[in-house]
Design a protein around this ligand. Sequence first.
Ligand code: SIN
Length: 353
Amino acid sequence: MKKIVVLATGGTIAGASASAADGVAYRAGEVPVGALLEQVPGLQQLLGDCALAAEQVAQVNSKDMDYALWQRLALRCTHWLAQDDVQGLVITHGTDTLEETAWFLQRMLDVAASAGVLRAEQARKPVVLSSAMRPSTARLSDGPQNLADAVSVLLDSRASGVLAVAAGHVHAACDVHKVQPYRVDAFSSGDAGVLAHVEEGAVRWLRDPAARVGEADDLATAAPAQALWTAVQDEETQWPWVEILVSHAGNDGRSLGACRQAGVQGVVLAGSGNATLHEQVEQAACALMQQGVPVWRSSRCLEGRAVPGAESPVPLAVCRGQVLRPVQARTEMVLQLLAGVLPAEAATAKTSA
Ligand code: SIN
């Protein structure tokens, strides 16, 4: 019998407030996963002969997400995905940092097969992040519908990789980003568009979730993949300090210098427009790179992605042929530093993509 496993981490989907009318002053990460699943009408019918297991991995507001929880989550994912009867995973998660966890997990699964942790087909099983913008006690909570939709996506034979399902839309981990602080339809996939819509339990795919962008992947070769998994398994791992700094009017690069003084190990610059940097920020970035600190640039624009081609000594944050958004780029740089893909010398040698 096939099985779906729900890994719960907290968030508004597990939030509770004193009044059903209150959609803002609530505590995230309060309601246990068993109670959340009981709130989903028709769940048994939806599952058919598929079994359901649930595990409370954490109970946090995702604004407080940390590396220790990421480590635990990655290990619980591989534990379950390695089991042949497991069809896929649902992860309940807060919306605030969902896009960071989505990218982290996607990259960990990308390397799992190279590291010998999973077989290729196990690493491609669907992992669906499910969230809500209203707490579970709200008079119209969006959590139960989002959970039901997550299960529908998992049961669809085309589902693959790390996905986020919210408000009837299916997003890829590489595209999803939160664009709304309050409205229920809080996520966008930008120019790429959503992967699919979930309509009355049916998944209408617009794009192939298994399609890969670009070919080269520095992390997914044996040695870096092994190094990354060794680091992620070790509770004592010192995660590198990588900061996101914004290029803005009146910027004189002092924040870069201050971070360096304080020991920063990598910086992602959220540039204006097409990832452009204030000239003083660019100078400060070059000084950091000369000291062996990797610096990448991306765009602070909310939609679209920076287009390669413009001259800059600071490299674009490119992964598998795609320029990453700042928060994904930060996660990517952390992983590349942990994996040893990004030694300081290599970062200084890179030029504009
Ligand atoms: C959180 O991210 O845990 C709180 C906010 C939310 O889930 O919408």
